[in-house]
Design a binder for this molecule. Structure first.
Ligand code: ADP
Length: 406
């Protein structure tokens, strides 16, 4: 089945056309036929990057004023006589949409019907910046591709298995009842993908494994996964809680923000920007949010880059300890996403000298692995540590296919 995976943001639209079906999943022969991104939608000059599995690439700077035009452009390239990968638009059999927040309403992916769409809209207050463009992506794609199923795949759904003691904040309980204030967690497709890869890599059913997944991209989150089910995760009601991220603070004393709002007369928007856009690696280092740049600065002796990386890694180590306690017994830890897949330094600083937790780290294996899947713990380590490159789009494509076949 050819599934178009769409991840729609406020001014961008990422896409992949993926060939998947149950047999292909079994034999590991799913294929990305084409992928790309339309950026700066609505601006004077948009950009589109497109590539197909045969090595064909296109880069254009067209004027794309609306998301519907972006979807049409994507279809144009997918069906193009030269660099296209399908003959006609009807070859696309379903569309999978990344939806950020499903609240408590969705613990699994769902075919989008008017009722489902209404429920997704009800989740907008929980993700006012993310859900509206995701919904817009569905609206325009379903106009361009009206006769096929569209499926919503939620970042939050995987974590709906958390027990109440992990998702409730110690605030007045009435706030949970009135506003659904609780931990939801995000990056669910990534944590799920890593779980499914570990199942394959270790030839062990997920029901028999306890795993800590460490997703370190621009956004960062960890999950404690018992028998394939998320029992805790570091992001909270919003993606701000937990680990230090590119520009987000992660855990801080909440009183700091009250203090600053008073001391600096901060408006809500300013406080929000401070925590989400000016903190994290960027705020600490004063240099940027890109781990590669920080590693280079560290090499040339920049002490604030050192501090940023130290705080980033120390937070992850603390969460590893916390999740060992939450799970009781851990079989695997897996690093994924941009930093987790690539940064030899970060993985080392997160995992060395943790023999007390059963983690015997291999510096040699760690240094040998770059953007590849494999083991970075030493032979005989009680807890095995892995690098598993993530693939959220594949999870979206698989869920879409399964929802359609059900
Ligand atoms: P997103 O959350 O936007 O999908 P990615 O998963 O692509 O983000 O991760 C982006 C992060 O990965 C950036 O901080 C980037 O610096 C980091 N990164 C990418 N390559 C490397 C590398 N070789 N070494 C260290 N960090 C890297």
């Amino acid at each position: 089945m050819k599934v178009l995976v769409v991840n729609c943001g406020s001014s961008s639209l990422k896409f992949q056309l993926i060939e998947t079906d149950p047999q292909r999943i079994e034999t590991g022969s799913e294929a990305v036929l084409a992928e790309g991104i339309v950026e700066k939608i609505g601006q004077a000059e948009s950009t589109i990057r497109y590539s197909n599995h045969k090595g064909g690439t296109v880069k254009e700077k067209p004027v794309i004023l609306e998301h519907s035009a972006a979807v049409e452009k994507v279809i144009y390239h997918l069906t193009h006589a030269k660099h296209g990968v399908i003959e006609k638009v009807e070859d696309i059999e379903a569309v999978g949409h990344r939806m950020v927040h499903g609240g408590e309403k969705f613990s699994a992916s769902a075919v989008i019907t008017p009722e489902v769409l209404a429920k997704i809209r009800e989740c907008v207050p929980l993700a006012p910046l993310h859900n509206p463009p995701n919904i817009l992506g569905y609206e325009v794609a379903s106009q361009v591709l009206p006769n096929i199923p569209h499926v919503a795949v939620f970042d939050t759904a995987f974590h709906q298995s958390m027990p109440d003691h992990a998702y409730i904040y110690a605030l007045p309980y009435s706030l949970y009842e009135r506003f659904q204030i609780r931990r939801y967690g995000f990056h669910g497709s990534s944590h799920r993908y890593v779980t499914s890869r570990l199942e394959k890599l270790t030839q062990t059913p997920r029901a028999e494994m306890n795993i800590i997944t460490v997703h370190l991209g621009n956004g960062c989150s960890m999950a404690a996964i018992a028998g394939g089910r998320s029992i805790d995760t570091s992001m909270g009601m919003t993606p701000l809680e937990g680990l230090v991220m590119g520009t987000r603070a992660g855990d801080i004393d909440p009183a700091i923000i009250l203090f600053l709002m008073e001391a600096e007369n901060l408006e809500l928007d300013q406080a929000n920007n401070l925590l989400n856009k000016h903190s994290g690696l960027l705020g600490l280092s004063g240099l940027g949010n890109d781990m590669r740049e920080l590693e280079l600065a560290l090499d040339s002796g920049d002490d604030r880059a050192r501090l940023a990386i130290d705080v980033f890694c120390y937070r992850i180590r603390k969460y590893i300890g916390a999740y060992v306690a939450a799970l009781g017994h851990v079989h695997h830890i897996a690093f994924t996403a941009g930093i987790g897949e690539n940064s030899v330094l970060v993985r080392r600083k997160c995992c060395e000298n943790l023999q007390g937790l059963g983690i015997d780290f291999s510096h040699e294996r760690n240094e040998a692995l770059n953007r590849r899947e494999g083991l970075i713990s030493a032979e005989g380590s009680r807890v095995k540590v892995w690098v598993v490159p993530t693939n959220e789009e594949l999870i979206i494509a698989r869920d879409t296919m399964r929802c359609v076949l059900e």
